[in-house]
Design a protein around this ligand. Structure first.
Ligand code: ADP
Length: 431
């Protein structure tokens, strides 16, 4: 149980870490991209404005555009290259500072289809012939001499390298985050283990306390029970009818308490793994017959018909005492929760697929259990109708003990029930 909680805590911790790391990567990458983009945009705009001024000056002086030399900008250290194209009013290319040959045709294609506003900077991506992706930033501005248009300048920057480096950085961040995630999960597992120590200690102390308390309560309870019975049997007594009634009530309460203490002790020992299971071979059908005979008087009182069907000889290897306890719980419940005149049917069968097993089905025509309650009745102290269970001398521990007995025999227990019609408890035990 503790290991399960520890693993669950570790998983949650790792998931929170993963979400935080993912958020960190997304926010930092997006932030970085945005800052760089804004900066580059500003630079490109300034370059374009400068270019426009130079071209206007040149045109005024010589009547022609300035022929641009092919050069790499000072930014080339960062891998970005600035290029420039000047077109006259007829759309004829008048001057150019060409970019890398690889991207030239792609850039010109973008320029010929340019539809952005004057001075607007755009980011464009396109595929190169060699399959690589090129990324360029472009800005266009019209050249005017006073109000007379002279042409258009396109200034661009090849930022493909830049993009590639950012991509590598992102991949590295993801890889580093994954490594950190593993380290964090491992550290989380260790920390969860540490945090479980005091919880484990408190749990074990509480379990010991329940076992000790139940054990200690058994003797005084037996003494009280015997004393009450002795007073009830005393022939010389001159008790009022009120005292007789009180003694009767005391007797039934003491019985209930003694049963609860025994059940609690069984569960406390089961939790501590202190119960020895002694497996032996015995005939399950014979045991069932004997148990049906022993609960017979209870059924007679309520005019309940008890019927046993199925195998008459079914040897199994199991803990005789525990299996008898399990069957008694189911039979007792079936009689308890079935109204007068009902029927309890016990079916014993042998199955071979998927695994060789024995099936015991205890069906009754009782009040039935709702679907929500069916999920909870195997929990400790869970009772559908507390008052009713109390009236019947129930403690709410019977089915938890039944489930434990089935579990230690590696079997299964389930309930099928319809409200108002009855319930069937089906136990399968491996052969
Ligand atoms: P209890 O001592 O109260 O009988 P159990 O653990 O044996 O405790 O059963 C838990 C609850 O499940 C009962 O209080 C009862 O409400 C319900 N229950 C058990 N068996 C039956 C049954 N055959 N028919 C209807 N309800 C049942």
């Amino acid at each position: 149980m503790f290991e399960k909680i520890r693993n669950r805590l570790t998983l949650r911790y790792a998931m929170v870490m993963m979400l935080l790391m993912m958020a960190f990567i997304v926010v930092s990458a997006a932030g970085l991209l945005w800052i760089l983009y804004q900066e580059e945009r500003q630079n490109l705009r300034s370059f374009t404005e400068e270019e426009v001024w130079e071209q206007v000056g040149m045109y005024k002086e010589k009547g022609t555009f300035f022929q641009l030399p092919s050069k790499e900008t000072e930014d080339s250290g960062r891998g970005s290259k600035i290029f420039c194209y000047v077109f006259d009013t007829n759309g004829q290319l008048s001057a150019a500072e060409e970019p890398d040959q690889l991207i030239q045709s792609g850039v010109l294609r973008i320029i010929y289809k340019w539809d952005a506003a004057d001075g607007e900077v755009k980011l464009k991506k396109f595929l190169l012939d060699n399959g690589d992706r090129a990324v360029v930033m472009l800005c266009s501005m019209k050249i005017y001499d006073g109000s007379q248009p002279l042409g258009t300048v396109f200034v661009g920057e090849d930022i493909s390298d830049y993009y590639r480096k950012l991509k590598i950085l992102l991949i590295m961040m993801v890889v580093i985050s994954i490594i950190f995630l593993f380290i964090a999960a491992f550290a989380g597992h260790l920390l969860a283990g540490q945090a479980m120590i005091p919880i484990k200690q408190a749990f074990f102390r509480q379990r010991e306390f329940i076992a000790d308390a139940s054990h200690e309560l058994r003797t005084p309870l037996s003494v009280i029970k015997l004393s009450v019975e002795a007073v009830q049997k005393d022939n010389d007594q001159r008790l009022s009818s009120f005292s007789v009634q009180t003694l009767d009530d005391m007797n039934s309460e003491v019985r209930r308490m003694a049963k609860m203490v025994t059940d609690l002790l069984t569960l406390a020992r089961a939790d501590a793994g202190a119960t020895n299971i002694i497996k032996e071979k015995f005939n399950l059908a014979a045991m069932l017959e004997m148990l049906i005979r022993s609960v017979g008087p209870l059924a007679i009182v309520k005019e309940i018909k008890l019927v046993m069907r199925g195998e008459e000889m079914l040897p199994i290897m199991a803990d005789r005492e525990r299996i008898s306890q399990l069957l008694l719980i189911l039979l007792d419940n079936a009689i308890k929760y079935t109204p007068v005149g009902g029927k309890v049917d016990i079916l014993l069968t042998r199955i071979v697929t998927p695994k060789a097993a024995v099936m015991i089905t205890v069906s009754d025509t009782g009040e039935g259990i709702s679907e929500e309650d069916q999920k909870l009745i195997f929990e400790r102290f869970y009772r559908v109708d507390k008052a009713r269970s109390r009236e019947e001398g129930g403690t709410g521990l019977g089915l938890s003990i039944a489930k434990w007995i089935v579990d230690i025999h590696e079997g299964e227990i389930k309930v099928e029930s319809t409200l108002g019609k009855g319930s069937s408890f089906i136990v399968s035990l491996p052969l």
